[in-house]
Design a protein around this ligand. Structure first.
Ligand code: F6R
Length: 600
């Protein structure tokens, strides 16, 4: 996801910010930029790799303050113009920003006499600051007033020409300040400046930081406070992964913040509306007969989850086909059939080929993807972005959660536009969606319990995952995760299917991991739990309510309605992770697998 770096002090700021940007590259990005105080604010921006920016920008500039940014596109494609920093009309205010300004449209309308150059939400910030400066406010007050106007999640860093400070503010997006020997550093994560200092102050939501060459003034809710300084004990290598031993573990833990980004600005819970800025006409959705989802692997399981939601919330027949198996049945009316590609990378060859087949048959097509500007966005009529941020571990984790959440919003939007979903029911589902980040955080806080259970069962012969309804795709996904990274044999089953064959494999050495949450028909699945226990299999259950009586191990899941199985999935992710870690597997790059599969 986007990264921020900055320095103010006695050293030349440009080389330090250049290094900061290189240190942030691991986060993934698609463009980068720098603003340096060279007497005026000099701006350098490039789409593509940091090295392209660095070859376009000077190596040194005798600047005493500079800020840098790596952008991961959400509003507008990755172009030079959309890269940060953004400036006001005369280039005297420069801003870098992580997160999303939800009310940027309203602010832009108010700034009708300003000229905007980019497609970004960020650009309203320097323009608004300059308005307050023109009204006679100090830079610190202008930033404070601007921040008061923003809704959404953000970390912003600001420089004003002719001034000698850097200003920073945050809300639900991290910022950390580094106390150096001869100046102050600022970054979205400590990796950016860890070689320079390990003495840090973490900013909190609502803080305004004013950095000068000599130190930091920190304002909390308007009052100046003494900054708490911590000394880190981190190797630079560990910091690359934010202190986690693997990217996969980091990405599992990023799910609450990724999901906040996914839903940010898209829910109106009281009105029961989800706004995904769809261009697709309402009349088309009202006459829709069928949705045909195409996807591979984990995205296919997200599609299976979504199909159940589309049927339930939008009353539209939905099929899910593994992309490499997709063919169009001539009996369908293409005008009333929507082809929906689910692909986090947007580059999976099988999925691209399937959606082309749908398009060639005359269907309207849509993509749900994590990657702006990817091939699937060019192949389809409409794209919806899941905004999970970059995922580096080969095994998909946070993208699965953000795919399901996005598809859930789509199901609500379709249901409402088709007149199939009441406002009250929609409001309940959206409230559930809003509660997922907190519910997942509660699971992540039980990380130690999961590690202990994984250790107890790591040496089993084989692992079975079972679930019903929305728990079934989660069982399939749980098994896939475990086999991918631990190389152990694992299978996912519809709980009711065990007795039709697979039960023959169940012994005391095949732990069964069962989804027993809301939305997964726990009452019925409980019978299957007893079935396997009668064959001496230990049962590990992820459960929301009263279904733990027979379990050997209980993982408790907060009730978030139809998204409870999605929260249960986080237990399966961590279980897989710890089993694989105990076996010292190559977790981030499992053997034989690639992150983006661009061959059919
Ligand atoms: C599993 C995994 C893969 C991908 C599949 C599709 O952890 O990551 O199964 O889900 O290769 O990839 P995308 O979503 O990029 O189309």
């Amino acid at each position: 996801m986007c990264g921020i770096t900055g320095y103010i002090g006695d050293q030349d700021a440009l080389p330090l910010v250049r290094t900061g940007l290189q240190n942030l590259e691991y986060r993934g990005y698609d463009s980068a930029g720098i603003a340096a105080d060279t007497g005026e604010l000099s701006i350098y921006k490039r789409s593509g790799k940091v090295k392209e920016l660095l070859s376009a920008a000077p190596e040194s500039a005798d600047a005493r303050r500079a800020i840098g940014h790596t952008r991961w596109s959400t509003h507008g494609p990755p172009t030079d113009t959309n890269a940060h920093p953004h400036t006001n009309c005369d280039g005297s205010v420069a801003v870098v920003h992580n997160g999303i300004v939800e009310n940027y449209d309203t602010i832009k309308d108010e700034l009708a006499d300003h000229t905007f150059e980019s497609d970004t939400d960020t650009e309203v910030i320097p323009h608004l600051i300059s308005e307050y400066l023109d009204d006679g406010l100090t830079p610190a007050d202008a930033v404070r007033e601007t921040v008061n106007r923003l809704s959404g999640s953000y970390a912003i860093v600001v420089m004003v020409a002719g001034d000698d400070r850097i200003y920073a503010a945050r809300n639900e997006s991290p910022l950390v300040i580094g106390h150096g020997d001869d100046g102050m550093f600022l970054a979205s994560d400590v990796t950016a400046f860890l070689e320079e200092t390990q003495r840090v102050t973490y900013m909190q939501d609502g803080d305004l930081a004013v950095l000068s060459a000599t130190g930091l003034n920190l304002y909390r809710h308007g009052e100046m406070v003494d900054p708490e300084i911590e000394t880190l004990d981190w190797e630079a290598d560990a910091a690359e992964k934010g202190g986690y031993s693997h990217y996969m573990l980091k990405e599992i833990h990023e799910q609450p913040s990724a999901l906040r980004q996914t839903i940010s600005g898209r829910l109106d819970v009281d009105a029961g509306e989800a706004d995904l800025e769809l261009a697709i006409p309402d009349e088309y959705l009202q006459s829709l007969d069928e949705i045909q989802i195409v996807a591979c692997g984990t995205s296919y399981y997200a599609g299976e989850y979504a199909a159940r939601l589309f049927e339930e919330l939008a009353n539209v027949r939905t099929t899910v086909t593994i992309a490499s198996e997709y063919a169009v049945n001539d009996s369908r009316d293409p005008w009333r059939t929507l082809g929906l590609a689910v692909t986090q990378s947007g580059e999976t060859a099988d999925t691209l080929s399937a959606i082309r087949t749908a398009s060639d048959a005359g269907m309207k097509t849509m993509a749900v993807t994590n990657t702006l500007g990817s091939s699937v966005t060019r192949e389809t009529n409409e794209s919806v972005f899941i905004r999970a941020g970059p995922e580096i571990g080969v095994a998909a984790t946070k993208t699965f959660a953000s795919q399901v959440a996005t598809l859930g919003m789509l199901a609500v939007a379709f249901g409402r536009k088709r007149g199939e979903l009441s406002r009250d029911r929609a409001a309940t589902v959206l409230e559930n969606l809003r509660s997922i980040p907190g519910a997942i955080q509660q699971v992540l806080d039980r990380d130690q319990q999961i590690g202990a259970v994984a250790e107890a069962y790591a040496d089993s012969d084989s692992f079975f995952f079972i679930g019903r309804h929305l728990g079934y795709p989660v069982a399939l996904e749980g098994a896939l995760k475990l086999k991918e990274i631990s190389y152990d044999h694992a299978e996912g089953f519809a709980a009711g299917e065990l007795k039709h064959g697979p039960l023959a494999l169940v012994t005391g050495h095949t732990p069964v991991l069962a989804v027993l949450t809301e939305g997964a028909r726990p009452q019925e699945t409980q019978n299957n739990v007893k079935e396997v226990q009668a064959r001496e299999a230990p049962v590990i259950g992820a459960t929301t309510s009263d279904y733990n009586r027979y379990l050997d191990e209980t993982f408790s899941v907060p009730d978030v309605g139809v998204f409870s199985p999605l929260v249960a999935n986080v237990y399966w992710q961590l279980f897989a992770y710890y089993v694989a870690d105990l076996k010292d597997r190559s977790i981030d790059k499992p053997r034989n697998l690639a992150k983006s599969v661009t061959v059919e």
